[in-house]
Design a protein around this ligand. Structure first.
Ligand SMILES: [Cu+2]
Length: 280
């Protein structure tokens, strides 16, 4: 019993200390100190992912508690002191049917929303704009095939970073997309396998050399959204963040006009050559 009391005291103390450090509500687009959950959703897919995650958490918690209760009953009621003469029961048809059917029902209730989510992620709806992201050692290039320009996006060094820009996540040239528009995202690797990931949009897709992977997102909230390369890709893997700025339609068209001039062809290819001197 002393062990139980100590365990309870320990968990109460643990919860208390978590509460006082301020169990952080997860933020949008980037991690927050002491974050305890997924980043907040800014796209329909992520909203479903968050729902599915929470739903599974309840299912898992219920199963774990149920098993714990069974174990405690067995320990208390069926130990050799409390129950010196064990029953010799070996079959119980009703019980066996229940413990087969109930888990099947639980699995079906998980499978249905799981497949629905999978199809939502995989089936790209008719897109408003297309952006192609190319993973390179060790930065990303974004190309807007409709507007015909391409540019490189490199992590900002500490000396170039403004106060409101997050360390290791902010970049020099952000990908810009309009709000509430379906963005078809094509992802490819130029040298090795990278992975394109933005937690708040619920996307993570491998960038494989010689193969175009496709996914989509619809940003439902303006602001900055950050992610990181999520496939170990070499020396500077930790330093090739992804930054997407979501803006109003009018700001987006203004940005496209300006970007067409800024990233006029020729400049971009020069940048690529300069930024990737030695792939390994
Ligand atoms: Cu990487």
């Amino acid at each position: 019993m002393l062990v139980f009391k100590r365990l309870i005291a320990l968990s109460v103390a643990g919860l208390g200390s978590l509460a006082t450090t301020g169990l952080a509500q997860a933020g949008y687009g980037q991690p927050t100190p002491w974050q305890m959950n997924l980043q907040q959703s800014a796209s329909p897919v992520m909203t479903d992912i968050v729902w599915f995650h929470d739903f599974l958490l309840w299912v898992i918690a219920a199963i774990t508690l149920f098993v714990l209760v069974l174990l405690v009953i067995i320990i208390v009621r069926f130990n050799s002191r409390a129950n010196p003469v064990p029953s010799r029961t070996t079959h119980h048809t009703a019980l066996e049917v229940i413990w087969t059917v109930v888990p099947v029902l639980i699995l079906v209730s998980i499978a249905v929303p799981s497949f629905r989510l999978l199809f939502l992620e995989l089936k790209v709806p008719p897109a408003d704009i297309t952006v192609k992201a190319t993973g390179k050692q060790w930065f990303w290039s974004y190309s807007y095939p409709d507007a015909k320009f391409e540019f490189d996006s490199l992590m900002l060094q500490d000396k170039d970073r403004k106060a409101d820009q997050p360390r290791l996540l902010a970049v020099d040239n952000e990908m810009v997309v309009p709000i509430n528009k379906v963005v078809r995202l094509q992802v490819v690797g130029a040298d090795v396998i990278h992975s394109f990931s933005i937690p708040s949009f619920g996307i993570k897709i491998d960038a494989v050399p010689g193969r175009v992977n496709e996914t989509w997102f619809k940003a439902e909230r303006e602001g900055m959204y950050y992610g990181q390369c999520s496939q170990l890709c070499g020396r500077d893997h930790a330093f090739m963040p992804i930054a997407i700025r979501v803006v109003k339609d009018s700001e987006y068209s203004a940005w496209v006009d300006q970007a067409k001039k800024k990233y006029a062809e020729g400049d971009a290819s020069g940048l690529v050559a300069a930024a990737a001197p030695a792939a390994q």
